[in-house]
Design a protein around this ligand. Structure first.
Ligand code: ADP
Ligand code: MG
Length: 234
């Protein structure tokens, strides 16, 4: 009976997500259709419709990102495939990937990884989570600032801690409460799916995703991974 309950809960979740996706895709389509209709009926010049075109492009981009996230979630490769993983390497890759973009925005990106024991987990999933957190961190910084990426072994608690710290706009308690809710976003072209996926993945790995934040000061996301399990699980 318990199994079945879990199964029906899962189906319910899938249904909610599908409804959410449908809604999030239909909204921009409605906007775009409305604007097309206005163009069709109006005698205004192309220049006079510039604002409409800009909104349409943004809405199309949003649909595109939502579909991207959907594909990522549906990716068959996203079934677990555990491999020996060097967490330092994962962080270094992400640092290398985002540093040019950060520099261009005037953001200083720091990387600090201590030598860590090799763990056994789905490397691409961990990559995805840290990437989501780094993207959010960079997006939270308006103008110059810094984003620090670090990992260390907390030997006392037998966990590995991965931190993504930004000096961005931070969050108020109301926003923090909604983190991880599907489609919750405060960004114009956000999808509100990054953190939902991240919480889910970290849970799958057997870890915890914690957040502290202060408005106007910055935000720290911390992934805690149970070392004992990840070293043994083969
Ligand atoms: P998206 O990035 O598409 O908005 P996410 O699920 O990644 O979706 O994030 C949801 C919301 O959480 C963001 O819109 C933002 O309001 C808030 N958020 C997440 N990370 C940060 C951060 N580092 N600093 C400030 N706000 C954040
Ligand atoms: Mg995001």
């Amino acid at each position: 009976i318990e199994q079945e309950l879990i199964r029906s809960e899962k189906l319910q979740l899938v249904g909610q997500l599908a409804a959410g996706f449908a809604h999030e895709i239909r909204n921009p389509l409605t906007t775009i259709r409305g604007f097309m209709q206005i163009f069709h009926q109006s005698d205004a010049t192309k220049d006079e419709h510039k604002v409409h075109y800009d909104v349409m492009i943004k809405e199309i981009d949003r649909v595109n990102s939502i579909i991207g996230e959907l594909l990522q979630m549906a990716n068959p490769k996203s079934g677990t495939s555990k491999t020996e993983t060097n967490i330092g390497e994962v962080l270094t890759d992400i640092h290398t990937l985002y540093e040019p973009e950060a520099n261009e925005q005037g953001i200083k990106m720091r990387l600090q990884v201590e030598p860590l024991p090799t763990v056994y987990l789905d490397r691409s999933k961990l990559h995805q989570v840290v990437m989501n957190l780094v993207k959010n961190g960079l997006e939270a910084i308006d103008g110059s600032g810094s984003l620090a990426l670090s990992a260390y072994e907390n030997t006392e608690r037998e966990i590995i801690e991965i931190k993504v710290e930004d000096t961005g706009i931070g969050m108020n308690p109301q926003t923090m409460e909604k983190l991880g809710t599907p489609f919750f976003t405060t960004k114009e072209t956000g999808t509100g799916l990054g953190l939902m996926t991240s919480f889910r993945i970290v849970e799958e790995i057997g870890g915890k995703l914690l957040v502290t934040s202060k408005e106007g000061v910055g935000t720290t996301f911390m992934i805690q991974l149970p070392l004992y399990e990840l070293k043994m699980y083969r």
